[in-house]
Structures are given as C-alpha cells and as structure tokens.
Design a protein around this ligand. Structure first.
Ligand code: APR
Length: 314
C-alpha cells in the first residue's frame, strides 16, 4: 500500500561545544528521541569520536537517531535548536565571573556561526557567566530576544528541589520551587513560592534550616566543582537544557525559570536575568510577573547589580 501521509521531518539539534555537557546532551537527545544531533567543537576528532560512540550505542537501546561530529560550523545549517556550551568551565577557586573575557570571545565566534547557518533556531546558552553570555549571544545574533535564552533557572530550581526533597524525605515530584535572578552566588531561591504538595515549605521546615538549604543552593555549582576538581557539573545542566529544548520543540507552554531579556519586567531593562517564563513553540512566550516579598525584592536587586557589572567587561 502506498503511503500517502506526510513524513514527519526529524528535528535537528546543534550542540555547540562537545565537551562534558555537550556529550551528555547528545546522549539525552537520543535517549529521549528528540531528533538528530550535530556535535560541533573546535577540538579535532573529539566530536567525531563521541558521535561514533553514540552511533554504536543506538542499536543497544533501539534508538533511531543520527549523531554527526564536526569541526565545521556549516554543518549546523538549518538547525531547529542550538544549545551552546562552548567555553571554558570553572576550575576550583574560580568564580563563574572569572570566565567572562575568555568565554565572551568564544560566544562572539559561535554566535556569528549560528546567525549565518541557523537563523531560525532557538538558542539556549549554557556557557558561564550565564546571564552575560546569553545577553551577548542575543546581541551578536540579532535574533528576537524570545529566541535566545539562558539555561540556569531550571538547574538552580532543580537543586533547590533536590535538597528540599531530601530534607523532607519526600519525592522530588512533590516539590515545586523557583530560583530567580542571575546564575551567580546571589541567585534568589524564592521561598514564598516554593511548596511541597502545595504546602508552603516555610510551614514544613524551620527557618534556620531553610536558610541553610538556600545557602547550599547558591553554592551548589561550586560544591560540585570543588569535588570534581577538573571541571564543573554536567549531568544536571544537560538535563535542564533538554527540558527547555522539549518545551520549545513540543510547544509545551511550560512554566520554568530561564535567563531572559528584560524590557522593564521587575523594573529591569536590557539585561538577561532569570525569571519565570512560559516556554513554547515561539520560544519565550511570556515573562510571568509575580509579587515578591521585600526580602526577595532586595535579593533580586542585588543579583541584578551583579549581572549588570559584567556587561562592560564583554
Ligand atoms: N567553538 C566550539 N567549541 C568550543 C570553542 C569554540 N570556539 N571553544 C571552546 N570550545 C569547546 C571546548 O573545546 C570544549 O570541548 O567547548 C567545550 C566545553 O566543554 P567542557 O570543557 O567539557 O565544559 P563543560 O563542562 O561542557 O561546560 C561548558 O557550560 O556550565 C558551563 O561553566 C561551564 O562555561 C562552561 C560550559
């Protein structure tokens, strides 16, 4: 019988940077059957090697996805989504901000490549310092701000949820949390909107314990760096970006925290900052404006100042 239906075109996901996070992203794209992957990196052989390894994994799990490793940016042509991890990761004792200059040059170079080869893509930036790199990516590509986002809020919120679930000895699925602001040491875990089964966490956990948990959330990336010694977190950043990729490609209209371009929301203009958004087929479809208490407002203001301080260094 002749097939008269229209063949669904597989999505193309370009991973810019094939290091620890890039490789994990490629694996997760296959495992979750999101689409075909192009792994791009400047190191010769490495993305090709990872692609070959993943090709060999595909039959084991019955995955029909292709992974191409390349050192030619033109191979990302027509990508639906670009996830950018190119750059140096943090080493022990280094803040995310120490990375600014080196990684800004890298973002400028890959941003030009994305603009030329994947002009209709959604760009998700993971490279640190996150908010500044997402800001720079939007400027370099000239893409609509809703098509350039930074991945941080999903990860920071996941870390908050993980620690709270552990504290309460409940499923992570029962905990809903938001971490807003910049992806730095003064990010803002928003306690007043954080719940366990709909119950505000402040009703379940004493204030001093919550203070300690939130302090740990702010330092969680550094805690991983100190243990790994040779790099920074990669499983959870990759998983968090995958959630954003799926929200976009499958038009989930998912509410999540992401670093987005502000044009007056929360009194902030022309920087990227972690805020609650709706992610769907248009990218960032809406920024949700929520009432914060005075303490959270002043924490957010402090975080805004830290993010702004990096812009002149770009
Ligand atoms: N174009 C493409 N890839 C590049 C470029 C470039 N111009 N410059 C560097 N890279 C590649 C490196 O060769 C390396 O393979 O980026 C990759 C980064 O991978 P890792 O060093 O393993 O770092 P990773 O742990 O993946 O983190 C990447 O995300 O969370 C942030 O702070 C982290 O900024 C870092 C980024």
């Amino acid at each position: 019988m002749e097939w008269k239906g229209k063949m669904a075109k597989r999505k193309k996901i370009a991973l810019i940077g094939a290091g620890q996070i890039g490789g994990t992203l490629a694996l997760l794209c296959g495992m979750r059957n999101i689409g075909d992957v192009v792994l791009f990196d400047v190191v010769e052989g490495m993305p090709q090697g990872k692609a070959l390894d993943l090709m060999h994994l595909a039959p084991v799990f019955g995955l029909d996805f292709t992974v191409t490793g390349t050192n030619d940016i033109q191979d990302i042509k027509g990508a639906d989504v670009c996830v950018v991890t190119s750059g140096l990761p943090r080493k022990p004792g280094m803040s995310r901000d120490d990375l600014v200059k080196t990684n800004a040059d890298i973002i400028r170079a890959v941003g030009e490549g994305i603009k030329k080869n994947a002009p209709d893509s959604l760009v998700i930036v993971i490279t640190n310092p996150l908010d500044a790199m997402a800001y720079l990516m939007q400027k370099v590509t000239g893409f609509a701000p809703k098509k350039v986002v930074g991945m941080a809020g999903v990860l920071d919120s996941a870390r908050y949820r993980a620690f709270l679930a552990q504290e309460l000895n409940v499923s992570v699925n029962s905990v809903s949390a938001f971490v807003l602001g910049g992806h730095g040491d003064d990010m803002v875990p928003v306690r007043s909107y954080t719940t366990c089964g709909g119950i505000p966490v402040a009703n379940l956990i004493p204030g001093d314990r919550l203070d300690a948990i939130e302090k740990r959330v702010r330092g969680a990336g550094g805690e991983v760096v100190a243990l790994l010694k040779t790099g920074s977190a990669f499983y959870s950043p990759a998983a968090s970006a995958i959630q954003m990729v799926e929200a976009y490609l499958f038009d989930r209209k998912q509410v999540l925290a992401a670093a987005v371009h502000c044009s007056g929301e929360y009194g902030v203009k022309d920087i990227y900052l972690g805020l609650p958004v709706v992610m769907g087929a248009s990218g960032v479809e809406k920024i949700l404006q929520i009432e914060l208490n005075d303490e959270e407002k002043s924490q957010l203001e402090k975080s805004v100042q830290s993010v702004k301080a990096l812009i002149p260094l770009l």
